[in-house]
Ligand binder design. Structure first.
Ligand SMILES: CC(C)(COP(=O)(O)OP(=O)(O)OC[C@H]1O[C@@H](n2cnc3c(N)ncnc32)[C@H](O)[C@@H]1OP(=O)(O)O)[C@@H](O)C(=O)NCCC(=O)NCCS
Length: 336
């Protein structure tokens, strides 16, 4: 068995900053409400016509990750693209990134696991590297939420939370004799709660012609739906369980964690988890305040920023954990 490490990280955020006060102009909300319930102060929204897309943002983040890993486009063996907001219904965004970065004919695969997408993709990359099938796997998380949110008061419980952006990691085979590497991945899902955080139309369940024919002004099926309190309650339990599972498998304790990078769902969820494991402020990385919840992009964006700030160094124990729609959840335990 080979070992895999993250050899390079990158991120891309659209320039357009949307503050809580900006949202007040289009819906009945307040900076106080949003900050108190979620911790979010601002997020990025793509400006229409700017040329930013899910794939283009992913490609920009990937370029930086490849450069930092000193990996040429021709050396990429597999592209894994995690998103819930792909450019097209089909094909996936992975092939679009392949074209944008002029990566020759390696396989490209989209991963549909919403907020857990990056953790699922990283686990998949790790397996391909471990078996020796591939050496360099480009893992991307990218989301373009803003164009598809209900920005009226009706959709405020969801639309204040989500932001746009992308992050990427180059997962590569590591031949060193030390204990570096992705130590383990822990993935779960529970389909019985699929509709509690979902977007059910347009889809094969609700084709566009049907939506158009009904022409119902009250129809919200093509906006994301979230049962906020139910999601919150499940998230705090599953985050805690899956981090514990990862630590136990590796015979590690919470105090061994150098940095926990949780999916940036909600600052209150991250703070709950921090308290539960008795972690200090310096052991948890949060940037939801500036970017909102960027779903599959949130962990690679946060991890990139943490690395850029010198908070992730060789030999550190880094834990990633995510929970989201599906429900799906997971963790990665990494010796950096
Ligand atoms: C979404 C969330 C912040 C809402 O907070 P909450 O305390 O559950 O709030 P509720 O939905 O019960 O709403 C409370 C009130 O605030 C109102 N409200 C909802 N969104 C609002 C907004 N953006 N601004 C102002 N008021 C808002 C509601 O209409 C409700 O008003 P009412 O009491 O008059 O009916 C919270 O449920 C949450 O964080 N859930 C988890 C979300 C998450 O992490 N999702 C991503 C998972 S990956």
């Amino acid at each position: 068995m080979y070992k895999a490490i993250i050899a390079g990280l990158g991120k891309y955020l659209p320039d357009n900053v949307v503050t809580n006060n900006d949202l007040k102009k289009v819906m009945d909300t307040s900076d106080e409400w949003i900050v108190e319930r979620t911790g979010i102060q601002e997020r990025r929204h793509i400006i229409k016509g700017s040329g930013d897309t899910t794939a283009s943002m992913g490609a920009e983040a990937a370029k930086i990750a490849l450069e930092r890993a000193q990996c040429a486009a021709e050396e990429v063996d597999l592209i894994l693209f995690a998103t819930l907001s792909p450019d097209y219904y089909f094909p996936g965004s992975g092939v679009l990134v392949q074209e944008l970065l002029a990566i020759p004919d390696c396989p490209a695969m989209d991963i549909r696991n919403q907020c857990s997408g990056f953790v699922y993709a990283l686990a998949t990359a790790d397996q391909f590297v471990r078996t020796g099938m591939y050496k360099n796997v480009l893992v991307i998380g990218s989301e373009n939420h803003s164009g598809g949110l209900d920005m009226s008061t009706r959709g405020r419980n969801v639309s204040v939370i989500f932001g746009d952006g992308a992050g990427a990691a180059l997962v590569t085979r590591y031949d060193g004799n030390d204990d570096r590497g992705i130590l383990s991945s822990h993935l779960h899902s529970e389909g019985k709660h699929a509709e509690e955080l979902s977007l059910i139309g347009p889809s094969t369940n609700r084709w566009v012609p049907q939506i158009m024919e009904e022409n119902d002004p009250e129809d919200t099926s093509y906006y994301p739906y979230m049962n906020g309190q139910f999601v919150f309650k499940n998230a705090v339990v599953r985050f805690s369980e899956v981090i514990k599972e990862g630590l136990l498998q590796n015979q590690l304790a919470a105090e061994d964690i150098k940095l926990l990078v949780p999916h940036q769902a909600n600052l209150r969820i991250a703070q709950f988890v921090q308290k539960k494991f008795g972690l200090g402020e310096d052991q948890v990385y949060n940037n939801i305040q500036r970017y909102g919840n960027t779903t599959a992009a949130s962990i690679p964006i946060a991890l990139t920023e943490a690395w850029e700030e010198g908070r992730v160094k060789q030999g550190d124990l880094v834990v990633l954990a995510a929970f989201g729609s599906g429900f799906t959840w997971g963790s990665s335990i990494i010796k950096w």
